[in-house]
Design a protein around this ligand. Structure first.
Ligand SMILES: Cc1cc2nc3c(=O)[nH]c(=O)nc-3n(C[C@H](O)[C@H](O)[C@H](O)COP(=O)(O)O)c2cc1C
Length: 210
């Protein structure tokens, strides 16, 4: 009996030019990362640009994904929030050290709908919901004590009530235009595959030089 070939096996086999769906391939790589990374396999660095075109980058967590794209949740009044609302395009990268693999996406950015943001917000630990309400993310803070006072005041005020999702806390979805899968190779002879969509919306892949 022969073992079934994975999508990764097929990707690396230049003789196999049948289509591979990049979202299915992502699921395969993400599952491998979840099984082998010591922490935060869903961490990604997301790059934006500010009003001067100056790039900005920081880690966020990939907390939702499907065939529409890759979403993370944040404060829309933060630096990244303001940057993305003004310039709704982004790139992100995930690096799974344990696998020596990299996953990159570039594309347009859309805001997730309110129902999705509510569902995700309320799935988080209550303390994290309160923290997101209390933190004026990216704005100067006089002291940690000031933040903790806001957390305590809000905790007291809410009692047992549900924490309302702040109007300025929601999710951004990166809708891929380009997707790249990278796998480490000996002597820097890595394997790289760039997926782009053709006019019909089908995903094509090209191998790139490392
Ligand atoms: C592993 C990791 C995951 C993070 N995930 C998020 C996240 O999902 N959302 C978020 O708002 N900040 C997250 N942060 C904090 C951001 O990196 C950043 O400090 C914060 O969002 C403010 O960024 P900004 O000033 O560029 O908007 C994370 C930090 C780390 C190290």
């Amino acid at each position: 009996m022969t073992a079934e070939r994975t999508l990764t096996d097929r990707l690396l086999d230049d003789a196999d030019q049948a289509p591979i769906d990049p979202f299915d391939l992502f699921e395969e790589w993400f599952a491998a990362a979840r099984a082998s990374e010591p922490n935060d396999p869903h961490a990604m660095a997301i790059a934006t640009v500010d009003a001067d075109g100056l790039p900005d980058v920081r880690m966020v967590l990939l907390n939702a994904h499907d065939r529409r794209g890759f979403a993370f949740f944040t404060n829309f009044e933060s630096a990244k929030g303001r940057e993305l609302l003004a310039h709704p395009k982004a790139a992100f990268v995930m690096h799974w050290k344990s696998l020596r693999r990299q996953f990159r996406v570039r594309g347009a950015v859309e805001v997730v709908d309110a129902a999705e943001a509510d569902a995700y917000f309320h799935s988080r630990a209550r303390g994290s919901q309160i923290a997101s309400s209390a933190s004026e993310q990216s704005r100067p803070l006089k002291s940690r004590a000031e933040l903790m006072e806001r957390v305590d005041a809000l905790t007291k005020k809410l009692g047992e009530d549900e924490v309302p999702r702040p109007a300025h806390w929601s999710g951004f979805r990166i809708v891929p235009r380009e997707i790249e899968f990278w796998k480490d190779g000996e002597f820097r002879l890595h394997d790289r595959f760039l997926f782009t969509q053709d006019a019909a919306g089908d995903w094509r892949r090209r191998r790139l030089n490392p």
